[in-house]
Ligand binder design. Structure first.
Ligand code: ZN
Length: 188
């Protein structure tokens, strides 16, 4: 099967703001999930949500190092999560965050430091994990994408102001039809 690196839709493309459909037939998304995984790895990301590649369905892929024990180290494929949801626990913790749809833009976002993740895999099997720290943060960020929310929406006003020039420039570029193409430099 040919795996493709997909163009990433950036701030503030309307694809990032639309409703995302619950997935009934997860298996039909296997090609999309593979392409998203390849795109995420090429972009050195920890997670990627379907709306970021212009597909408005509740599918994300995350870096295997975030998920405990799901794949052996020697076969570390990106992990697709279908219809992911989480229950927060623990306290709120503020840390630096970025997004593949907001290149070179970072801000401090408060997130729960522990979540219980529920999702399906591509075969319809149930996934249920407790995740901490960076992994918990990544899941909250990705589920936000499925709800049309970007991390910059969660910044304090003063921090948003500091980024406003960069955000305006990126939004203008996106409005002209620009999409982020990451080079496939992982080699074969
Ligand atoms: Zn993101």
């Amino acid at each position: 099967m040919t795996v493709a690196i997909l163009p990433i839709f950036c701030y503030d493309d309307e694809a990032l703001r639309r409703d995302n459909a619950t997935v009934d037939d997860a298996a039909s998304l296997s090609e999309l999930a593979r392409d998203m995984g390849e795109t995420m790895l090429a972009a050195r990301g920890l997670g990627l949500a379907a709306p970021q590649v212009g597909r408005n369905v509740r599918l994300v892929v995350v870096h295997p190092r975030l998920i405990p024990g799901i794949t052996p180290e020697e076969n570390a494929e990106p992990v697709p999560l279908v219809n992911p949801e989480y229950e927060p626990s623990g306290g709120l913790f503020s840390d630096k965050e970025g997004c593949l749809s907001l290149p070179e833009i970072y801000g401090r976002v408060a997130r729960y430091d522990r979540v219980r993740l529920h999702a399906r895999d591509l075969d319809g099997g149930e996934l249920d994990f407790v995740l901490d720290g960076l992994a918990a943060r990544a899941i909250q960020h990705e589920v936000d994408h499925l709800n049309g929310v970007l991390f910059v929406d969660r910044l304090f006003k003063a921090q948003r102001m500091l980024l406003s020039r960069k955000l305006k420039a990126l939004a203008a570029q996106t409005a002209r039809g620009w999409r982020r193409i990451v080079p496939d430099d992982l080699g074969e």
